[in-house]
Structures are given as structure tokens and as C-alpha cells.
Design a protein around this ligand. Structure first.
Ligand SMILES: Cc1cc2nc3c(=O)[nH]c(=O)nc-3n(C[C@H](O)[C@H](O)[C@H](O)COP(=O)(O)OP(=O)(O)OC[C@H]3O[C@@H](n4cnc5c(N)ncnc54)[C@H](O)[C@@H]3O)c2cc1C
Length: 341
């Protein structure tokens, strides 16, 4: 198989294989990173020594959509499976914690230095299609594949369900870890199987959909790093999917500050309620701390209006929690992931 050209992700006939063959290939994912990438046939094997892969003191702010955060002591953005293995060896031999970064679109990162190896998978971002059966397509995607890219391609295949993910940034790995949600469904619904590496033991595993424990903005992947996944999507009318995509994007851009620097929704919706409506009803829209501001478009978003720090955003979060608790008796819990330094 060859990778789908970036300019047109519609599957070409040579990319389409029978489901039984796809299943057999997945069975071959027996336990090594290299075997995963051999299975996926997408990455040339190349030497990437530690010294080339691991950089020091790299800013994380510019790698998050909120644009907040200090430097990572060590940072790796490998382009090959060999590079990932090198980064792992580097961290393991020095007993350094590994933190994994996707698109940084659901993250609040501390201002100080992070004594960790931050592993970004964004340069390992290929995806392609496997055989359609009963109107379905299988997408084999690297963890660093762009979620908007996969969604746009799914829409070309006529996936009305993927169309509902219009406007959600990030990567496939982040969407799986967070079980990113559209107004229609959670991303975990599309996941057939996931190839992971355990960041503590270095073991490689293939996880089925049922074992991933997808729930509301959660999975039970814990210390596992997603390297890639096989997704199963509905195929259908391309025109219908395109219209739905446009409609979801239009609604989202009316309701949410999509062009501002933010990390998406800050709080999880409490059972039977909307966190954004509670914050709005507490009169907190437009409230500022330093460079951080509660969006006046959607009260569950905090935007960086320029120069916001981790302290600004954290102080605003605490103020929101205190006011909502006092006025509505509801304790809001965080949806965003926080990396303290
Ligand atoms: C404007 C805007 C709109 C948004 N709208 C939505 C929405 O409608 N619905 C929704 O659910 N979210 C939304 N989000 C939040 C965000 O886009 C999603 O949660 C997205 O799935 C996060 O993916 P990411 O790659 O950016 O993850 P990151 O932010 O990089 O990481 C998030 C968490 O996942 C972990 N992670 C990342 N990659 C991997 C991996 N390969 N293996 C294991 N763990 C990993 C990180 O360590 C971190 O704990 C929005 C964000 C923005 C800025």
C-alpha cells in the first residue's frame, strides 16, 4: 500500500483491501513499534539517533492552541518509528517522565520548566483507507494524523457521523485519549483497535475498542501512548455529509470562539447541566485575570487575549469554580488536561 496523496484523500483502488486481509494485518501487530509501522507500510525505516531526536529547552506555548506554557527540558518530535524508539531509550535510561503531546488543543501547560521528555507525535501523521464493506470504510491512521484532515476525508467518503466533528482541532491520538465529542457521538465510536506503547514499561499492545473504556471525554488508556489506530466509519452520500459538515461548522463558529487562542471547553458538563450555561448565569462572561478572559461568545471557553500565563488561567478557573459553587451549588470539574511545571 502507498500513502494517500495529501492533496486528495479519497481512496484510490489500490488502497482498498478486503476486511479479512485488514484483520489479518492487524493480527500481525504482535508487539513491537517497528512491526506496527511495517504493518502500516507508511514509514521508511531510518536511523534517528537520540542526539538528533531529543532537543533541550523547547517552548511548549507555541505547541498549544491556548499559547500558554513554559519550556520542556527535553522535547522529541520524531518522524519515524526508529525516532520514537530513540526518544523512549533516552527517557528510560535517564528515568525521565514521558509526556505525550498531540495538537495541544485541550491542554493548560504550566509556565515553569517541565522536567520531562515531551514526546510530540505530530510529524507521524499519515492515514489511509482500507476496504469498504457494507458501506463502511476502515481508516488506518497514525496518532499524529490531523483530526480535521481525517474528518474532511471521511466527509468525502460520505460519513455523516464524522461530519459532526467539524471544527474540532487536534490529532487522532488526542481525540482517542480524550474521546473527543461532537454533538452526535464520541470519537471512540469509530475506533476498532489501537496500537499503543506503555510509557512506563515500554511494552507494545493492541487494544480493542471494548478494552479502551470510552466514556464522556475519557478513556481508560492511562499510561498508554497511542501510536495509531484503525477506525471504522460509515460511508454514504458525499453531498449529504458535506452539507452536514458545513452546518456543524457554521453552528460551532457561531457558538464558540474558534479563531481565538483557547483550549476548548474548560469544564466538563455536570450531569444533566451545561457548564457554559452555569458560568454564564453566574455573570462571568468577559471576566479577566491578566491576559486570560472568559469568552463572551461561550462561557465555557477561556481565551488568551495576549500574554496570558498559567497563573492567569488557573486563577480565573478557581474564581469561576468558587462563584458557580456559591451561586448554583455545583462543583465544576476540569475537562482540559493540566501539566503543572
Ligand atoms: C476551538 C476548540 C474547539 C474544540 N471543540 C471540541 C469539541 O467540540 N469536542 C471535544 O471533545 N473537544 C473539543 N476541543 C478540545 C480538543 O480539540 C480535543 O479534546 C482534541 O481531541 C484534543 O486532541 P489533541 O491532539 O490536541 O490533544 P492534546 O491537547 O495534545 O492532549 C490532550 C490529552 O491527550 C493526551 N494525548 C495526546 N496525544 C496522545 C497520544 N497519542 N497517546 C496518548 N495520549 C495522548 C495528552 O497527553 C493530554 O493528556 C476543542 C478545542 C478547541 C481549541
Amino acid at each position: 500500500m502507498t500513502a494517500v496523496p495529501k492533496s486528495d484523500h479519497v481512496p484510490s483502488p489500490e488502497l482498498i483491501i478486503h476486511p479479512a486481509e485488514a484483520s489479518a494485518r492487524r493480527q500481525q501487530v504482535a508487539g513491537s513499534l517497528v512491526s506496527f509501522y511495517e504493518y502500516s507500510s507508511r514509514k521508511p525505516r531510518a536511523e534517528q539517533p537520540e542526539t538528533e531526536v531529543v532537543l533541550e529547552n523547547v517552548s511548549l506555548a507555541e505547541r498549544t492552541t491556548l499559547r500558554v506554557g513554559g519550556p520542556a527540558r527535553f522535547f522529541a518530535e520524531p518522524e519515524t518509528s526508529e525516532g520514537v524508539a530513540s526518544a523512549f531509550r533516552f527517557a528510560q535510561t535517564r528515568s525521565i517522565e514521558i509526556k505525550v503531546l498531540g495538537g495541544g488543543s485541550n491542554l493548560l501547560v504550566g509556565d515553569g520548566p517541565h522536567d520531562a521528555l515531551v514526546l510530540s507525535l505530530r510529524k507521524m501523521r499519515d492515514f489511509h483507507y482500507l476496504k469498504s464493506s457494507e458501506g463502511k470504510y476502515l481508516i488506518s491512521a497514525d496518532a499524529g494524523a490531523s483530526l480535521p484532515g481525517v474528518v474532511a476525508s471521511g466527509v468525502k467518503l460520505g460519513s455523516t457521523e464524522l461530519a459532526s466533528f467539524a471544527g474540532i482541532p487536534g490529532t487522532v491520538g488526542g481525540a482517542i485519549r480524550m474521546n473527543a465529542g461532537s454533538p452526535v457521538t464520541g470519537f471512540g465510536k469509530f475506533v476498532e483497535s489501537i496500537v499503543c506503547v506503555d510509557r512506563t514499561t515500554g511494552e507494545f499492545l493492541s487494544i480493542s475498542h471494548d478494552d479502551a473504556g470510552f466514556g464522556y471525554r475519557t478513556s481508560n488508556l492511562g499510561s498508554l501512548i497511542v501510536l495509531g489506530a484503525t477506525l471504522s466509519i460509515d460511508g454514504g452520500s458525499r453531498d449529504e455529509a458535506r452539507e452536514l459538515y458545513k452546518d456543524h461548522l457554521r453552528r460551532k463558529s457561531i457558538a464558540q470562539p474558534l479563531t481565538a487562542k483557547s483550549a476548548g471547553c474548560i469544564f466538563r458538563n455536570p450531569e444533566g447541566a451545561s457548564a457554559g450555561k452555569l458560568v454564564e448565569a453566574s455573570g462571568l462572561k468577559g471576566r479577566c485575570r491578566g491576559g486570560a478572559e472568559v469568552s463572551s461568545k461561550h462561557a465555557n471557553f477561556i481565551i488568551n487575549r495576549g500574554g496570558a500565563t498559567y497563573e492567569d488561567v488557573s486563577a480565573l478557573i478557581e474564581e469561576i469554580r468558587e462563584v458557580v459553587s456559591r451561586l448554583h451549588g455545583v462543583n465544576l470539574s476540569l475537562e482540559i488536561q493540566v501539566w503543572k511545571s
